[in-house]
Design a protein around this ligand. Structure first.
Ligand code: PLP
Length: 247
């Protein structure tokens, strides 16, 4: 086994063990949490090695990088975890299993239109900016009007099931500082499910494509254990997997 392979194997085992430990602390099953390896700092050869080591879900934050890597390694599941411009929707949809980072109603509309044109469904998550940092994308939870508009718009979708929510906590040396952000995302999901289910009682039959809001995509290298304790179903991890590769 090459050095690179040995390092990746050890890092992966370490991450998987930490995921399992966090699940145990939270009384959850390890298979409730999916590891998405975020590969923006490494190349396709590393993706292939991780795939051979058993990782099946990979994430990229830039659409063009995702296109390039998905062309090189088409046999894995690709997730877009960063901002998607509307003019890149057409080239991105055929390559991804899940878009984590839908951050505007206009983008949601563009994805709906393209999904209808393709005659298929496209699973998405809605990204919320809960850390208040203006550098981050995402819906603002405190804008009640925008929140109502968003949920109203979701009712009209046919081809884009909203499978859950995503957020990024502010970077901090103390991982506990991320916990309120993750709790807040879970609270928004509850609120959204409430509003949607009230809608269902009125609208019969339901017209939406199945917004189950099942997933919470939260937790990165610095805070994934706290995120799992707060209900994460998808953790997006880069740095912890690629430590020691000498870059
Ligand atoms: C880079 C990135 C990650 C992974 O972050 P690490 O701290 O390296 O684990 C997760 N999510 C998004 C959106 C990213 O851009």
């Amino acid at each position: 086994m090459s050095d690179v392979q040995a390092i990746l194997k050890r890092n992966l085992e370490d991450v998987r063990r930490r995921i399992a430990d966090a699940c145990r602390r939270a009384g959850r099953q390890p298979d409730e949490v999916t590891l998405v390896a975020v590969t923006k700092t490494v190349d396709v050869e590393i993706v292939r090695i991780l795939h051979r080591l058993g990782v099946t879900n990979f994430g990229e934050s830039r659409p063009q990088e995702l296109w390039r890597k998905a062309a090189g390694v088409p046999e894995v599941r690709w997730h877009l975890v960063g901002h998607l411009q509307r003019n890149k929707v057409e080239d991105t949809l055929p390559l991804v299993c899940l878009i984590h980072s839908v951050d505007s109603i206009r983008l949601l509309e563009a994805i709906e239109n393209e999904a209808q044109r393709l005659g298929r469904k496209v699973d998405v998550l809605l990204e919320f900016n809960l850390s208040g940092e203006s550098s981050k994308h995402g819906f603002q939870p405190n804008d009640q009007r925008a929140f109502q508009d968003l949920v109203g718009m979701m009712r009209g979708l046919r081809s884009v099931p909203v499978r859950g929510l995503m957020t990024m906590a502010a970077l901090s040396a103390d991982r506990e500082e991320a916990r309120p952000t993750f709790k807040a995302l879970s609270g928004i999901r509850r609120r959204m499910l409430d509003i949607l289910s009230i809608g269902h009682a009125v609208l019969s039959p339901p017209i939406d494509p199945g917004h189950d809001l099942k997933h919470l995509s939260m937790g990165m290298t610095n805070d994934f254990e706290v995120a799992i304790e707060e209900g994460a179903t998808l953790v997006r991890i880069g740095t912890a997997l690629f430590r020691g590769l000498g870059r």
